[in-house]
Ligand binder design. Sequence first.
Ligand code: PMV
Length: 318
Amino acid sequence: MDVIQVSAPAKIILFGEHSVVYGHPAIAIPVSDIRAYTELQIDNKIQHPTIYLKDYGKQFYYHDKVSPEEINHIIHAFDCVQSKTGIMIPQNGWQLKIWSEIPIARGMGSSAAVSVALLKVMLQFLKINLAQSEFIDLSYELEKFHHGRPSGIDNTVISLEKPIFFQKEKEIQYIEPAKFYFVIGDTGIGKKTSQVVNEVANRYTENSDMYGKIFKSIGDIAVHGLDVLQSGDTQRLGELMNENQSLLSEIGVSSPELDNLINVARKNGAIGAKLCGAGKGGCMVALVNSKQEGEFVSNKLIEGGAKRSFLTVLKSGK
Ligand code: PMV
């Protein structure tokens, strides 16, 4: 029996969520120590391939005619792989296991990470080597299944597992950041990205002047953030995060729980803090000076109501 096990990281958006949907630039970074996994066992003796969702303790048969909702996205991923490559997934001889450490619907890219890990394992199984851009296009197809009209930033940063400066329809720019310490706090409140994105779209339609200006300002922060990330100016990076948070509040995507955790982080020494991802729940991210400060802020976030918190270090891949 052969086993292929692959994984994909979580991510956070440091600058530019929501405005990125409207074509403005944004910055996203991978969180490599929190991951989604897929494992394929290949064995000729397996007559009825199964899909095992370990986190839910549920197993499904691939051959079942009507696939239950829980595995719709997996069947869709298989369909996308087949139509992109023209190679059919074998009808027997394998079983698939999926699990993830990434909190679901908290702005950390859990759906994109599962999609990317799923694509990687199926492509390895079928012995297909896609060009990087083709892989990202395919992961975008899967992301559309979850979010309707995503900007593409989540699946791109997770596919590449590198910090990126991202703008729709433009070439991706890799960032070579200085070293920074971030603490992520989870409000414990799950929110559907598509719902928050749609609410913002409705408000944008009603108030296009104001929203247009705010989106442009957020994009400018991302442009500035790119320089600051590379130059290593922690103070300025924190200020930019705070400015981005004010603008996100103005477009109505913060929440009392996010505001609370952001205030707890700032009061306890964080240099800057903001929500990350779609908002209205999910996670926030705070910038700190060191690992020790990060551990301190992380504990304060838990005391202040966070369901969990993670410390992550951003540094250049070089
Ligand atoms: O899925 P989330 O919570 O990481 O949000 C993605 C960021 C948005 O800008 C809100 C949506 C998008 O497609 O870029």
